[in-house]
Write a protein that binds this ligand. Structure first.
Ligand SMILES: Cc1cc2nc3c(=O)[nH]c(=O)nc-3n(C[C@H](O)[C@H](O)[C@H](O)COP(=O)(O)OP(=O)(O)OC[C@H]3O[C@@H](n4cnc5c(N)ncnc54)[C@H](O)[C@@H]3O)c2cc1C
Length: 306
């Protein structure tokens, strides 16, 4: 029996959704990308366990959250894209300062939940358009905060369908990353803040959101910062290096660099993923030639080129 037939049989036994040859365009903030061989949206942990036990070792897979940090190539993804469904969107208070959140909860929602419960430490999440799962993988953050600073533990599942609890002190977090194994799917996180009056938290959120609005573009097809800020003697940020290399007005097909923030690359609505990737590579080369600094990608490129 071929794999697709087996997957079709499996789909009859679950309440979640499985699609074959599924367009990924709406799964990334760039609005780009080909199709996934299989797109799986499990509603429950049990469905995810069953799927991984049956197919985890056969099919390459990639889990996605809100898709605000991934560029999906035009040739699509050969394998399974997993996007967790509704049972992974729970959020609750464990005690006065601790929150338990499903990994598909969007960052802004967690920030608001924390504010409404007078828990501080999550204000920065109001500025990040991803999910808690994506934030854990990327160690997302801004304005001096990142998710690792409030993490207590993660519940995750591996490719064999085994669920594990990982305490924060077992993880080596770094700027926009960690040593967490690439094949883990995060299910939920326990996060700890501190007790602060709601109105003070609200003020902090409003300040962060305003700061973001003033410095970064919105309502566009982008994945935010394209490159990590490099560690270099001059302490220059990626957007400064891109400008210094004379790239800020660069265009490839329908991909261009935001006028408001030179590290934000944008799809004007007509771009292909290839345009964005070509723009990335040209900028990287020019920055290296002009400054001697090698930029590393912050966003992740997945899938196959056409
Ligand atoms: C306008 C804009 C502004 C942004 N500003 C910031 C910012 O200030 N700071 C910042 O850090 N980032 C920023 N980003 C980038 C992005 O929002 C973050 O990286 C975010 O945390 C990604 O979350 P996501 O759910 O969209 O993840 P995705 O883009 O879907 O995936 C990103 C990575 O996380 C992994 N992943 C997602 N969910 C899970 C899971 N459940 N289990 C295991 N792995 C998982 C994916 O496999 C992938 O490797 C910005 C993006 C945009 C578009």
């Amino acid at each position: 029996m071929n794999i697709l037939k087996k997957v079709e049989d499996f789909s009859k036994r679950i309440s979640g959704k499985i699609f074959a040859n599924y367009s990924l365009k709406k799964s990334s903030w760039f609005g780009l990308g080909g199709s996934a061989d299989i797109f799986f949206k499990p509603n429950t942990l049990n469905e995810l366990v069953l799927f991984l036990k049956q197919f985890g070792h056969i099919l390459p897979f990639k889990v996605i959250g809100a898709g605000s940090n991934i560029l999906i190539r035009d040739g699509g993804f050969k394998g399974t894209i997993i996007k967790l469904g509704k049972n992974f969107s729970h959020i609750s208070k464990l005690n006065d300062t601790t929150i338990v959140s499903g990994s598909i909860v969007v960052d802004k929602k967690l920030s608001e939940f924390a504010m409404n419960n007078s828990i501080s430490g999550f204000e920065f999440l109001s500025c990040i358009p991803g999910t808690i799962g994506g934030a854990i993988r990327m160690n997302s953050g801004c304005y001096g905060y990142d998710i690792s600073k409030s993490l207590v533990s993660i519940q995750a599942i591996d490719m064999k369908g085994v669920v594990r609890l990982i305490n924060a002190d077992q993880i080596n977090y770094k700027y926009r990353g960690s040593d967490l194994p690439k094949d883990l799917i995060f299910l939920s996180a326990t996060l700890k803040g501190k007790k602060v009056e709601t109105k003070i938290i609200k003020k902090k959120i409003d300040n962060f959101v305003l700061k973001k609005k003033q410095s970064q573009p919105s309502q566009i097809k982008t994945c935010g910062s394209t490159f990590r800020n490099p560690i270099n003697k001059t302490k220059k940020k990626s957007w400064q290096l891109i400008k210094e290399a004379g790239c800020e007005k660069m265009i490839v097909g329908g991909a261009y660099i935001s006028e408001k923030h030179a590290n934000f690359f944008v799809n004007d609505g007509s771009a292909t993923s290839n345009d964005v990737e070509d723009l990335i590579n040209i900028v990287k080369e020019k920055v290296l030639a002009a400054t001697g600094i090698k930029l590393d990608l912050e966003l992740e490129v997945i899938g196959n080129q056409i």
